[in-house]
Ligand binder design. Structure first.
Ligand code: MSK
Length: 628
């Protein structure tokens, strides 16, 4: 590739992209450039491949050309069907993650593998599981069975829907969008969007909403809550971030993907004295485990393991020449890793039967033998240390931040004020007071991925800074969290970007202005926080001065997240349009029409400065409506 396509604001990424170029390694940016121009029909969602009479595409740019598919499906039907299927795929990915965590809890087998009994008992109480006369393992097993039942139960609604404010639950019931079994909601999207089924775009989106809600208030929430039971609820801690966390003198292991079960076992194995001794015998100073993408978020939040990088940095980690093994499980893993790894000494190890990659080594992970398998993988990495091929280059760019703001951690931080001002303990009252008084104007979530259509990290970081100066506190998850910590926004020093009110709140609570709430499934933590604030204020989520943005999103999971947030009453700004713009009706329904139905809606805005202005306007509008 002749042109430099790398459009990042991150120094480490720039340096390693240049190294990749000089070593003739193609990365995401090069492939994106080679892909231009991309298919306009696909971009607008106007291509239908749902049956073998197709592909059919609707021509919009001229009078000539088909205006309906061969079966007669219109642009409204085709775009809404494509959108709904993407939402269903995203909901499936998150929810299947949640199911695997529930299975891990079911097989936990002994008490030492359940690190958070307090949360186990709390959820048991919430779900009406009696704990008297039962031991921890028995309760965990019962809870896991109940959670697994959420995927296929025949009657009733999802358990965690009860966590929403009363008004929201009532609205979902009235609209008929309160999800039942998670698997069923996803199946119904696939059924109703099959050739010759639902052709009404509003009804198709309604079913997509049910599937999305079954993700946020179902699969994702199960994933988050039961992960906390198994591995502990995240609490604030300092970590380092960016590719500079790799260490030249150590065996470097990158864990990448989403499921904390694997990464927790790898971290344990890397601390095994025998393996550490073996590493020393190979000439290494130690074993350095670092995390990528959401696995990075999971183990950083719980174990303080450094966050190596986001979605766009996965290939670049290998390009350093310092990675002995990259261990991956599910989601957001580029198949290109196998090609890049071949040019270096890195072993790419896949571990999930759901995600194999040609060219990678497959060592299947199994919950019952987790430590044994993790030890084998770590040993393979250690023995690979001597095989480094190229001169190692690790950029010296890294930053530090305070992360681990689970819902419980936020409540604990608020307790600092509670105690000093004699508020009742353990509530969101201090937060509500700060919002009501106007010291904080509101809150916004910045979540999601990286996308070549947007400058890498720039959109996350610019948006966050623009919000902070307007006294809007930011919470973040996923790759947005990586961008923010790399830019120093999770450091105390980031108070310099804040307006006076937010800076005071951060000082008082001893928190950074951007709060790291976890991985993609942990957006469910944000739902819980919003619910608690709304319940405390006696209003619905849609009444709150809050918003969400996914400025660089790319995955189907992000579409599911966006839709469940909207269906929970949140105003959601997308930096990249979903593939629905070929239909004015569908685009209009998602960006305008849904508000009168659900109180939340989508907005498309690629400019982060404009997005911040829109969020601020929304926040002020909601404040006015609340009379605060
Ligand atoms: S990892 S879904 S690229 S945020 Fe959850 Fe990052 Fe997006 Fe994957």
């Amino acid at each position: 590739m002749e042109n430099c396509a790398c459009n990042t604001c991150d120094a480490a990424t720039k340096k390693l992209y240049e190294k990749a170029k000089s070593e003739r390694i193609d990365t995401i940016w090069d492939r994106a450039l080679a892909m231009q121009p991309q298919c306009g029909f696909g971009e607008m969602g106007l291509c239908c491949t749902n049956c073998s009479m197709g592909p059919c595409r609707i021509v919009k740019i001229s009078e000539d050309g088909p205006k309906a598919g061969i079966c007669g499906a219109t642009e409204d039907t085709i775009t809404s069907r494509n959108f709904a299927r993407a939402v269903a795929a995203g909901a499936a990915a998150h929810s299947d993650h949640g199911r695997d965590i529930a299975l891990a809890l079911y097989h936990a087998g002994d008490k030492t593998r359940i690190r958070n009994e307090e949360k186990l008992f709390k959820i048991a109480g919430e779900w009406g599981i009696t704990v008297e006369g039962k031991d921890t393992v028995q309760i965990a097993r019962e809870m896991a069975e109940r959670a697994l039942g959420e995927f296929g139960k025949v009657f009733g609604k999802l358990q965690f829907l009860q966590r929403a404010p009363e008004k929201r639950i009532k609205l979902w019931d009235e609209l008929g969008v309160a999800p039942g079994a998670i698997d069923r909601e996803i199946v119904e999207v696939l059924h109703s969007t099959h050739m010759g089924c639902d052709a009404d775009y509003r009804n198709i989106i309604r079913q997509a909403i049910r599937a999305a809600l079954s993700d946020g208030w179902g699969g994702s929430m199960i994933g988050t809550e039961l992960s906390d039971v198994l591995f502990g609820t995240p609490m604030p801690k300092k970590v380092e971030a960016n590719l500079g966390v790799l260490k030249k003198e150590c065996v470097n292991i990158v864990v990448h993907g989403h499921d904390p079960t694997l990464s927790e076992a790898i971290v344990l194995a890397s601390r095994d004295p025998e393996l550490l001794e073996l590493a020393r015998k190979q000439g290494a100073e130690g074993i350095n485990v670092v995390g990528m993408c959401c696995t990075g978020n999971e183990i950083a939040m719980r174990q303080g393991i450094p966050m190596a990088g986001d979605f766009f940095q996965q290939e670049l980690a290998i390009v350093t020449g310092a990675v002995e093994a990259m261990i991956v499980d599910v989601q957001c893993i580029m198949p290109s890793l196998a090609t890049v790894a071949k040019c270096y000494h890195t072993k790419l190890i896949t571990t999930s039967p759901k995600a194999k990659i040609p060219g990678a080594i497959h060592i299947e992970f199994n919950e019952q033998k987790s430590l044994e398998i993790a030890r084998r993988i770590v040993k393979d990495a250690v023995m690979n240390f001597k095989n480094r091929k190229v001169e190692v280059f690790i950029p010296d760019d890294k930053s530090e931040g305070r992360i681990g703001y689970s819902f419980e951690a936020i409540i604990k931080a608020l307790d600092r004020v509670t105690n000093s001002f004699a508020h009742p303990s353990g509530t969101v009252k201090p937060l509500v007071d700060a919002i009501k008084s106007g010291v904080l104007r509101g809150a916004a979530a910045i979540v999601g991925c990286n996308n070549h259509r947007q400058p890498h990290n720039t959109c996350h970081v610019t948006l966050a800074k623009e919000l902070l100066k307007r006294d809007i506190i930011v919470v973040t998850t996923g790759c947005g969290a990586h961008a923010c910590i790399k830019a120093g926004l999770m450091d105390k020093d980031a108070r310099k970007y804040c307006g006076k009110g937010l800076a005071t709140v951060c000082e008082l609570l001893d928190i950074p202005p951007v709060l790291h709430m976890g991985s993609c499934v942990d957006i469910s933590r944000i739902l819980v926080l919003l619910s608690e604030v709304a319940k405390y204020m006696g209003v619905d989520i849609s009444d709150l001065p809050v918003a969400a943005a996914a400025p660089e999103w790319m995955s189907e999971k992000a579409q599911s997240i966006g839709l469940y947030a909207v269906a929970s009453g949140v105003y959601v700004i997308l930096g990249v349009p979903p593939a629905v713009t070929g239909s004015e009706n569908v685009t209009g329904y998602l960006t305008k029409g849904l508000e009168s139905v659900l109180g939340g809606r989508f907005e498309i805005e690629n400019d982060p400065v404009e997005a911040a202005a829109k969020i601020a306007a929304h926040v002020e509008n909601r404040r006015k409506r609340l009379g605060i």
